[in-house]
Write a protein that binds this ligand. Sequence first.
Ligand code: 2BA
Length: 108
Amino acid sequence: MKLLFAIVQNDDQRALTNALIERSISVTRIASTGGFLRGGNSTLMIGVDADKLDETLEIIKKQSSRRHIVTVPATGIPHNIDSVAMPMTVTVGGATVFVLEVENSFKF
Ligand code: 2BA
């Protein structure tokens, strides 16, 4: 079994969750916060049999918005000096996915 952590934009999580549920893939949504932009995002915790890994990754890829560049105020971003309020460009969208091997899983 595999455990996926997929960090996605809040705007994408509903359609992604629905698409997973439609294919009988269980998912738990955790409200999370990005360390860099300090904005809300969603972390989906997904446990699947190994033979469903590719299908799950495809769904995540399809349902996550395209990565694009945005300009954000640099104020408040870690390692930026607050007095330097120059806007900066950051790539957002898409999904960041971690895949872990699961030793055991139980439902009691
Ligand atoms: P944030 O930490 O808020 O990062 C948002 C976006 O800012 C990142 O998009 C990246 O384009 C940029 N960014 C992050 N750290 C940066 C830095 N030190 N210098 C310059 N730009 C930086 P993504 O890479 O797509 O990440 C989206 C969200 O996924 C992140 O939100 C974070 O919550 C999570 N994430 C990404 N990589 C991670 C990792 N290796 N471990 C844990 N969480 C991660």
